[in-house]
Write a protein that binds this ligand. Structure first.
Ligand code: SF4
Length: 187
């Protein structure tokens, strides 16, 4: 019998690659909890696309109700830090606490996150947040590194093949402003 592993999902492209990578070894279930994503229409777009991918691979999919205020509360005091800094640590912790809580609720033993595929996400920061959340809920965090072996490049190829929506900013309103600033420096 396969071990059960809950996947924290942030977006469809990362989700598709990770499901393909793990489905032979684990029984999977998806948990979409991303109160960081703003504005709401962007959140709905990513949620729908992630739900569609899970259905394609016949993996159960559930989502936390949208609550952007929880992200503001968790990251208050860190908004001045750049992407990759303290605000991201608290953003990860918020989302992993929700995932660990859901993992405990459905009585599955372990969770991980598809976010480690992104070159913008620091593995040691993800693992620290995952370990803290897992300990709080008495479940296991599995520290995968999906960037290894060209995982990110392969995920881009796969998402193009599947015609998936790929966002061009991480999710929060601050990362959207950072994206806008990058664009205005180029033009
Ligand atoms: S940049 Fe991404 S990980 Fe960092 S706080 Fe914003 S949404 Fe969260």
């Amino acid at each position: 019998m396969k071990s059960r592993l809950l996947l924290h999902i942030c977006c469809a492209p990362d989700e598709a690659f990770v499901i393909q990578s793990l489905q032979a070894a684990f029984e999977l279930s998806c948990w979409f909890c991303n109160p960081n994503i703003q504005p709401e229409n962007e959140y709905r777009k990513r949620l729908e696309e992630a739900s569609r991918v899970a259905a394609c691979y016949a993996v159960p999919f559930n989502a936390e109700p949208y609550n952007p205020e929880s992200w503001h509360g968790a990251t208050a005091g860190y908004h001045h830090t750049p992407e990759g800094g303290e605000r991201c640590f608290h953003c990860f912790l918020l989302r992993f606490r929700s995932t660990a809580h859901y993992c405990k609720k459905i009585e599955w033993p372990a969770f991980t996150s598809v976010m480690s595929i992104s070159p913008h996400k620091r593995i040691e920061m993800l693992d620290k947040a995952g370990t803290i959340a897992a300990r709080e809920y008495n479940v296991e965090y599995k520290p995968f590194n999906f960037k290894k072996n060209d995982g990110f490049k392969k995920s881009i190829i796969l998402s193009n093949e599947l015609g998936l929506y790929r966002q061009d900013y991480c999710g929060c309103i601050l990362s959207r402003k950072e994206r806008d600033n990058r664009k205005s420096r180029i033009t």
